[in-house]
Design a protein around this ligand. Structure first.
Ligand code: TXA
Ligand code: MG
Length: 315
């Protein structure tokens, strides 16, 4: 069910949840002061309680009220990248419900850029919102995706297609001397851009690459899983037969289980569909989830993607 801004405000005020547009992906939102609505997010998404939620705010000042430590680094980064696809993880204020933070001492904050959601935040206050998909599945970038994901049971504020198309960059900022930063999830805003801002502002910091599972509890290799297996190919296949052999070899190397989740391996390699994306990375990100859904809808045995030669993938 698609709703307008007025109706979305009403549902949230009455302790409900609403699908909201952001510039990255659609979120499933609840007021941070409504425990029942927060619980509804986890139930609707079938999300485990150990995976914390991002709190969306309408301003830097609102964010400051939700943390126990707000360093100058946060001001510099928020002024440069907000509203936008950067999430800052900082020590939480006592009043932030531990349901949101999964009991962690930190809270994730971002000011989204979509004008409708900005208006919503101004009217109802901060909103906790994970991506509006079932846990582990492909994120939604259109209102119809949210409706389909939850079989029309969730009200969605229609804000059109998401401009960025992939989730925000998540940055942990640690209270140490000097301040320590770590990327917990990569997104459109790169570590190099973040470091450049901090260097230009003459703020001392260190960057730490690896973080523990405890600091980044929502990270799984089986996340963003399309409904049909997707295989990455390094070379353009010469012919169909060659492609089938290459795919069969790749699939045989995949373990049966990843983090306790069974890997769905195809029984046949007859019906293959290629995922084609724009070569420009910004455009490719914008269309990634929509294209993935489109190719998966035709129920092929496997989807394959030919990785552009300029891309270097880490395993
Ligand atoms: O672009 C986005 O970030 C979208 C839109 C809706 O804002 N939201 C989103 O939420 O992707 P979600 O829940 O799908 O992903 C949030 C990520 C998870 O990996 C979670 O573990 C991490 O942020 N996170 C949230 N709070 C955290 C915290 N206190 N410490 C470490 N990681 C945290
Ligand atoms: Mg998500």
């Amino acid at each position: 069910m698609q709703v307008n801004l007025q109706k979305a405000v009403l549902i949230l005020r009455e302790d409900g949840v609403v699908g909201i547009p952001t510039e990255t992906v659609y979120g499933l939102a609840a007021r941070i002061d409504s425990e029942s609505a927060l619980r509804q997010i986890f139930a609707t998404k079938e999300r485990p309680f150990f995976d914390p939620l991002i709190v969306h705010v309408s301003s830097l000042e609102q964010a400051r009220g939700l943390v126990s430590w707000w360093p100058e680094v946060a001001t510099v980064l928020a002024q440069r990248f907000w509203p936008g696809p950067l999430t800052l993880v900082l020590p939480k204020a006592e009043q932030v419900n531990p349901l949101i933070t999964s009991g962690l001492p930190t809270v994730a904050l971002r000011q989204p850029r979509h004008p409708l959601t900005q208006q919503l935040l101004e009217k109802v206050g901060p909103l906790a919102a994970p991506s509006a998909n079932k846990f582990g599945r492909v994120s939604p970038t259109r209102p119809e995706h949210v409706e389909g994901e939850f079989s029309g049971q969730v009200a969605v504020l229609d804000g059109g297609s998401c401009e960025v198309g992939i989730e925000s960059t998540v940055l942990l900022v640690k209270n140490s001397n000097p301040v320590q930063i770590s990327i917990l999830r990569e997104g459109q805003i790169l570590l190099s851009e973040i470091e450049k801002e901090m260097t230009e502002a003459k703020l001392p910091f260190t960057t730490v690459a690896a973080v523990s599972r405890a600091e980044s509890p929502g990270h799984f290799r089986h996340h963003y899983m399309p409904s049909v297996p997707l295989v990455l190919c390094e070379r353009i296949p010469r012919c169909q037969e060659h492609l089938q052999v290459a795919l069969a070899e790749k699939i045989s190397q995949i373990p049966e289980q990843v983090e306790g989740v069974r890997v769905r391996k195809p029984s046949s390699l007859q019906n293959l569909r290629e995922l084609v994306l724009a070569t420009d990375p910004v455009l490719a990100a914008r269309e990634l989830y929509q294209r993935l859904r489109e190719v998966a809808e035709t129920s092929p045995d496997v989807i394959y993607f030919v990785v552009p030669s300029c891309c270097i993938f880490r395993s």
